[in-house]
Design a protein around this ligand. Sequence first.
Ligand code: SAM
Length: 234
Amino acid sequence: MALLHWEADSLGINLSDDQLTKFETYYARLVAWNKRCNLTSVTDYEAIQTRHFLDSLSIILADGDLNHKTIIDVGAGAGFPGLPLKIVFPDMCLTLLEATGKKTEFLSHLCDELDLKSVTVINDRAENVAHNAGHREKYDLSVSRAVASLDTLCELCLPFCRTGGNFIAMKRQADLELTSADQAMSVLGGQLRQRIAVKSNALPDGSELLVIEKTKSTPSGFPRRNGIPGKRPL
Ligand code: SAM
């Protein structure tokens, strides 16, 4: 994990030997499970270190200490960005929400093997879970990467944030998406607070973090039923 070690350092993240060993195990299990179920198209050792692990850790540019915070990763897939963050911040309380059963099986197995505490893996859709009182407006932070366009994502992610919390969307060249998401943000109780450029030679140009603050409660009718946020964005 020398590349990850080096590149994380340039983002201001100093990874310990124990954390690097966990990332090594993550890589090995990801590649092994990927032969049986489709977890990622990125399988090269170096590319996984940058395009999955380092990219996930870039969230730290928006919030430098996630310990003791409650975070939900919506559409976590094989764990990105939530699990790399959990490896670095062992005291954060993480929920990994993912609609595909094979992927949640992988996530549960990996969390056990890495002995990560305070991680909840949920196999369901955001449209359902966001109406559950145990999850609605309960999180300091919701995060999401590569799941949907920003207007749709606001409907899937903002309902999980407490008022005063943030939704961080990992995007690339987001100008157009931001314009289209104006209406969704205002209906759902969000306001764009920051656009943080992620500058690293190891990551694609134009990567950025959109920090959307939850300024007021989301009306109870949102998210709408399964599939509608994507088919008919606000
Ligand atoms: N976030 C991961 C990453 O960046 O590698 C996975 C990205 S993958 C392209 C999108 C994932 O979002 C898929 O695993 C899919 O099952 C999940 N997903 C899509 N819509 C969802 C929803 N409404 N609720 C929960 N998961 C969803």
